[in-house]
Design a binder for this molecule. Structure first.
Ligand SMILES: [Zn+2]
Length: 403
């Protein structure tokens, strides 16, 4: 059995305290104050001071109750070992998970317009707390519904970058309402004595595991300040800090990359391998980076999914969480996946109806979209099911609404 460790796991890792001290509420004018709470992390360095930290869980559903829900909903379908749903939030990201043991998690909280992510959480996790919340970065299309979701839910552990967009110099700054609302919600989680991990005060090293029973969420990358901005624009820097996590069970895995950058739009060619994706290829163990399912970075934008990254991850399935009007997923991004051998039928998208003229102008991949269906949110959710036979399946949740 591997060991649960906390504190001083390796050089470059700065978990400073193992005692459970009530976290301080954030100063509204500053960033979240450092928490001194325990974090459940399994050591990277083998032996060490073994300490049992409280589990990163507030509440889990009784297995029987969970199974009954599946039986009622899906008519005697065997509950999966792990059920992950990429909720169609339009432009943005919202990934909800439920494990066989009743642990729950959320990666990102969708767009600020509408309630698609909150509704998706309610659907898959009715009346349940969240064992873990990961916020990949501070853009509004990843934080939008966070206050609404957390309003009625307990959280075990919340991990975020602590990154404040440079233009959000003060509350009330233009274009920052979503960020400040989300930051306040994070502060409230901290005040509830949940564990809040802010990469500004608690940098993590690649390979650290958060255990949710049999399911692991492994931190691979993420920063408060990106170490090498190179050719990136300010908005690309805001994206490059994105936390990457690997969700795994039974030898199968999903890689979530937020809005990671791998080939900045300025000065990149097909071989460019920089930004956070380049960093991950260089610094994350090969076995950890490879995944069965990749939720492609930055909604399939052309400044992510660099060739080097696709080769390292070698996904069997790729999911683009995208909405209309942004040219996502970009046709050149898709071409890189197809060129690496991912079959077209293994490329799924939450914007099946998106094929607007403006998207086409911006270079959107249009082949699998269905013109004239529109691209509202909530109608192209995608399920990833880890079966008890060790298999993994991906499928659209609803019927093909356009046929
Ligand atoms: Zn985004």
């Amino acid at each position: 059995m591997r060991l649960l460790l906390c504190c001083a796991l390796s050089a470059g890792l700065f978990l400073s305290a193992c005692s459970a001290t009530k976290p301080v509420r954030p100063d509204r004018a500053g960033s979240i104050a450092p928490t001194q709470n325990v974090v459940v992390i399994r050591g990277l360095e083998g032996e060490g001071d073994v300490q049992r930290a409280p589990p990163a869980v507030v509440r889990r559903l009784e297995v029987e109750e969970r199974n009954n829900r599946y039986l009622g909903r899906l008519q005697a379908v065997e509950p999966p070992d792990l059920h992950v749903r990429v909720v169609d939030v339009g432009q943005g990201l919202c990934v909800v998970g439920l494990t066989a043991e009743g642990y729950t998690f959320l990666v990102d909280a969708g767009h600020w317009i509408g309630t698609a992510c909150a509704d998706g959480v309610d659907k898959l996790l009715p009346d349940m707390g969240l064992s873990m919340v990961v916020l990949t970065h501070s853009d509004g299309d990843h934080l939008g519904n966070l206050p609404l979701i957390l309003e009625s839910r307990e959280v075990g552990t919340l991990l975020w970058t602590g990154y404040t967009p440079p233009h959000c110099t003060h509350i009330g700054a233009s274009g920052c309402t979503t960020f400040f609302n989300a930051r306040e919600a994070i502060g409230e989680v901290a005040a509830d004595e949940s564990t809040v991990l802010n990469l500004k005060t608690t940098p993590l090293a690649p390979g650290q595991v958060f255990e949710l029973g049999e399911v692991e969420i492994t931190f691979l990358a993420g920063w408060h300040e990106f170490p090498d901005v190179g050719q990136m624009s300010p908005s690309e820097i805001s994206n490059a800090v994105s936390i990457m996590v690997r969700i795994s069970h039974g030898g199968r895995s999903i890689l979530v990359t937020g809005d990671a950058i791998g080939r900045p739009l300025r000065g990149s060619d097909d071989e460019t391998c920089t930004g956070s994706e380049g960093w991950a290829v260089e610094n994350v163990e090969e076995d950890l980076l490879s995944a069965d399912v990749l939720i492609a970075s930055h909604h399939g934008g052309n400044n992510g999914s660099a060739k080097c990254f696709i080769t390292a991850v070698a996904p069997e399935f790729v999911i683009f969480s995208a909405g209309g009007g942004h040219g996502h997923p970009h046709r050149e991004t898709v071409a890189r996946f197809l060129g690496a051998g991912t079959p077209e039928k293994h490329l799924l998208r939450t914007d099946r109806g998106s094929n607007s003229a403006s998207d086409a102008e911006e270079g959107e991949w249009a082949e699998t979209s269905v013109p004239a269906c529109g691209d509202g949110s909530k109608d192209d959710d995608i399920d990833i099911l880890f079966g008890s036979d060790g298999g993994i399946t991906t499928s659209y949740v609803g019927p093909n609404r356009c046929k």
